[in-house]
Ligand binder design. Structure first.
Ligand code: IYR
Length: 235
């Protein structure tokens, strides 16, 4: 008896669309455990950074991280993301001014309610976003709600999920290369589309200042939830 009654791809499907054999690497059980441990130990050191050095970062490293992010799985393989990487000082200045204006309203004119402000208190964030100018790169990740095809606009699927996964992989790639970032969402972010001259089918999803941490920078002394709090196993 074969394991599967309904093999994938079916012969009809394979006659219609191209398929190829999976290129997959298997490790010994020992290697698997070791790789998992090492990866976790490395990721456990990642922290969001809010004070960057102005030391330049080569464009190739940013390109590399975007290529890694772009391997993310996506709904119907539409890859509904676009990364805009900015190192131009004038553009970064414009972004900082616009972000600070939105955040000034959030923090000083109470656009964030009390509960939200309370949750943020231990992080000590405020409307000053100097790092947007000082970090050598600002990478803005746009989600594409539609795909511009020749016949007109076509809907993309599971856009937030797909772009969220790509964002996670981008952050991971940067960290593994030895770069720091911050998941930054100045709200609302519509100004980014205008400043960066992006199209109507795109919407800013998140932005990432990227660089080296400023020497001696401090981060909040927070703990991560233990495995037992973030998982349930049904064996
Ligand atoms: N966008 C604001 C507020 C903010 C919101 C969350 I949720 C954070 O984790 C941190 C900050 C800002 O960037 O300051």
């Amino acid at each position: 008896m074969p394991l599967y009654e309904h093999p994938y791809p079916s012969p009809e499907l394979e006659a219609q669309f191209p398929f190829r054999s999976l290129d997959f690497v298997r490790y010994s059980p020992l290697e698997m455990a070791e790789r998992g441990r090492e990866f976790h130990a490395h990721l456990a050191k990642r922290r969001s950074v809010r004070m960057f050095s102005d030391e330049p970062v080569p464009r190739e490293l940013i390109e590399q991280a975007i290529e890694s992010a772009s391997t993310a799985p996506s709904g119907a393989h539409k890859q509904p993301w676009h990364f805009v990487a900015v190192s131009n000082a004038e553009t970064k200045h414009e972004i900082r001014l616009a972000a600070e204006e939105e955040e000034r309203i959030n923090y000083l004119e109470d656009r964030m309610n009390e509960e939200w402000q309370e949750a943020l208190a231990p992080l000590g964030t405020d409307h000053h976003k100097e790092f947007l100018e000082i970090a050598p790169w600002i990478v803005v990740l746009f989600e594409e709600r539609f795909e511009q095809a020749e016949e007109g606009a076509r809907k993309n699927y599971y856009v937030k999920e797909s772009v969220g996964i790509a964002a996670g992989m981008f952050i991971t790639a940067l960290h593994l290369m030895g770069l720091a970032t911050l998941t930054h969402t100045p709200t609302p972010m519509a100004f980014l589309r205008k400043i960066l001259g992006r199209f109507d089918n795109e919407r800013p999803f998140v932005m990432f200042p990227v660089g080296y941490p400023l020497e001696g920078v401090k981060v909040p002394d927070i703990r991560r939830k233990p495995l037992s709090a973030v998982s349930t196993f049904i064996d």
